[in-house]
Ligand binder design. Structure first.
Ligand code: SAH
Ligand code: SF4
Length: 397
C-alpha cells in the first residue's frame, strides 16, 4: 500500500517537472513515505529523517517531504524537532497532496498532467482508503481515517491505463479490501470487472478481512481463472478469547470454516499473526499454534505485539519482553516447517507461471517457480513442478 501511495505522490511531483533519481546524491527532493503500524517502523522512519540533515545542508534548494502514517501521527511537531524538514504530508491528506505541494510554494507549479508511468508486470491499484474497524491494537484507522471507496469507473480506468502500459497483473489495494462497495458493485463484481479489462491476465488483492469472505466472493474465485489462487488473510490469533479482546469480529471456529471454504477453492493462504497481545495466556498461544497447524499456511508474517499510543490495547499491562521473544521464536520455527512442507506439496502439480524474469516467475497460487528454459517476460507458461528447494520451486517443461 505504501509503495502504491509513494508512486501516486511521485506522479504529482513528476507533473511538476521532477524525475526519478537513482541515488540520494543525485536527488533534489527526498520524499520519505512512512509506516507507524509498529513502533519500530516509526523509529526507523524518524531516524532516517534525522540522518537527512547532512544531505539537506550539502546543496541549497534541496527539499524533504515526510509523508504517510508516521507523518500523520506526529504532525507538524516534527518540524520543531527537524527544522530542516520542508513539508509534512500525513496519510489522510494523500488526496490533497497536489494542493499541499502548491500551497507550500517550494515546488514548481503544475506543468502538465502526465499519464502515470507503469513499471513492471504488476500494476498496483488502490480501491479504498482508510478502515472502519477498530481492532484494539491497531493505529491504522486513526492515521488513515474512515473507509472511502474509489468509484468503479475510476478503478477500471486506472487498470486499463496500467494494462496498456504493460501490467499483466493487477493488485487491488485496501486495508479491508474485500469490504469494497460502490453502489451495487461488490468486491466480487469488481474482481470480475477488473479481470475483463483488455491485457489483464491476473488479479490479486490485499488485505482482505475474514469477515467479508462472502459466498459471492468464493463463487467468483471458483469461476474466474484470472483471480489468483492465493489469498493473504491476516488472522492475528487462533484464540477466540484473544480475537474478541482484539475486536476482530470473528471466532476461531468462523476462521476454520472460512479456511476450509478457501481450501475447497484450491486457494493457498498466507497470513499475519501477532504474538504477545497483553491478555494472551500460554493456552491462548497454544490455540494459535494449533490453528496454524490445521490451516497449513504457506507463509506467515509474525509480529511481536507493539503498543500504539491512543489505541485501547495501549492501556493494558504488557507481557514481559522475554515472553514475547520466546513465543515469536516458537511460532517462527513452526511457520518455517510449514512453509517447507507447503513448497514440497507442490511437487507434481501443474501451474501457470507468469514470467517476471526470463527463467523465473510466479504461479497463480503465489509460489516462485524457476523454469529450465527461457521465456518472454510477461508470458504465461504451463509447467509441472519437479522439485522444491527452500522457497523456490523448479519446473520441468
Ligand atoms: N488491515 C489488515 C492489516 C493491516 S496492518 C487487517 O486487518 O488484516 C498489517 C499487520 O500489522 C496486521 O495484520 C497485524 O498483524 C500487524 N499489526 C498491526 N498492529 C500491530 C501492533 N500494534 N503490534 C504488532 N503488530 C501489529
Ligand atoms: Fe487495523 Fe483492524 Fe483496520 Fe486491519 S481491520 S487496518 S488490523 S483496525
Amino acid at each position: 500500500m505504501n509503495l502504491a501511495d509513494s508512486e501516486e505522490m511521485f506522479q504529482h511531483l513528476r507533473a511538476r517537472g521532477a524525475q526519478r533519481a537513482l541515488t540520494p546524491q543525485e536527488a533534489d527532493i527526498i520524499l520519505v513515505n512512512t509506516c507507524t503500524v509498529r513502533e519500530h517502523a516509526e523509529h526507523r522512519a524518524v531516524s532516517f529523517l534525522g540522518r537527512l540533515a547532512k544531505w539537506k545542508k550539502e546543496k541549497p534548494g534541496r527539499r524533504i517531504i515526510f509523508a504517510g502514517c508516521a507523518a500523520q501521527r506526529l504532525g507538524d511537531a516534527l518540524k520543531k524537532e527537524f527544522p530542516f524538514l520542508d513539508m509534512v504530508a500525513g496519510a489522510k491528506s494523500i488526496d490533497a497532496f497536489p494542493s499541499l505541494l502548491d500551497k507550500s510554494g517550494l515546488f514548481p507549479p503544475l506543468q502538465e498532467t502526465l499519464a502515470p508511468e507503469q513499471e513492471g508486470l504488476t500494476g498496483y491499484v488502490t480501491i479504498m482508503r482508510g478502515c472502519d474497524f477498530r481492532c484494539s491494537y491497531c493505529i491504522v484507522p486513526y492515521v488513515r481515517g474512515p473507509v472511502k471507496c474509489l468509484p468503479l469507473q475510476h478503478i477500471l480506468q486506472e487498470t486499463a491505463q496500467k494494462a496498456a502500459q504493460g501490467a499483466k497483473e493487477i493488485m487491488l489495494l485496501g486495508q479491508t479490501v474485500n469490504a469494497y462497495k460502490d453502489g451495487q458493485t461488490s468486491f466480487a463484481d469488481l474482481l470480475n470487472r477488473v479481470s475483463e479489462v483488455p491485457g489483464v491476465e491476473r488479479v490479486r488483492f490485499m488485505s482482505p478481512h475474514p469477515a467479508y469472505l462472502t459466498p459471492d466472493f468464493l463463487a467468483a474465485v471458483r469461476h474466474n481463472p484470472k483471480i489468483a489462487k492465493h489469498i493473504h488473510l491476516p488472522i492475528q490469533s487462533g484464540s477466540t478469547k484473544v480475537l474478541k479482546e482484539m475486536k476482530r469480529g470473528y471466532t476461531r471456529e468462523m476462521l476454520l470454516e472460512k479456511l476450509a471454504a478457501l481450501a475447497e477453492c484450491q486457494m493457498t493462504v498466507s497470513t499475519d499473526i501477532i504474538v504477545g497481545f497483553p491478555t494472551e495466556t500460554e493456552q491462548d498461544f497454544e490455540r494459535t499454534l494449533s490453528l496454524v497447524d490445521q490451516a497449513q499456511f504457506f507463509a506467515a508474517y509474525c509480529f511481536k505485539y507493539s503498543p500504539r499510543q491512543g489505541t485501547p490495547a495501549a492501556q493494558m499491562q504488557l507481557l514481559p519482553e522475554a515472553v514475547l521473544e520466546q513465543r515469536l521464536d516458537i511460532l517462527l520455527n513452526k511457520v518455517r516447517d510449514l512453509s517447507a512442507r507447503a513448497y514440497a506439496a507442490q511437487i507434481g502439480s501443474h501451474q501457470q507461471v507468469l514470467m517476471e524474469e526470463e527463467n523465473k516467475g510466479r504461479s497463480s497460487n503465489n509460489f516462485w517457480v524457476k523454469t529450465s528454459k527461457n521465456y518472454k517476460i510477461g508470458s504465461i507458461v504451463d509447467v509441472e513442478i519437479a522439485r522444491a528447494d527452500g522457497t523456490l520451486l523448479f519446473a520441468k517443461e
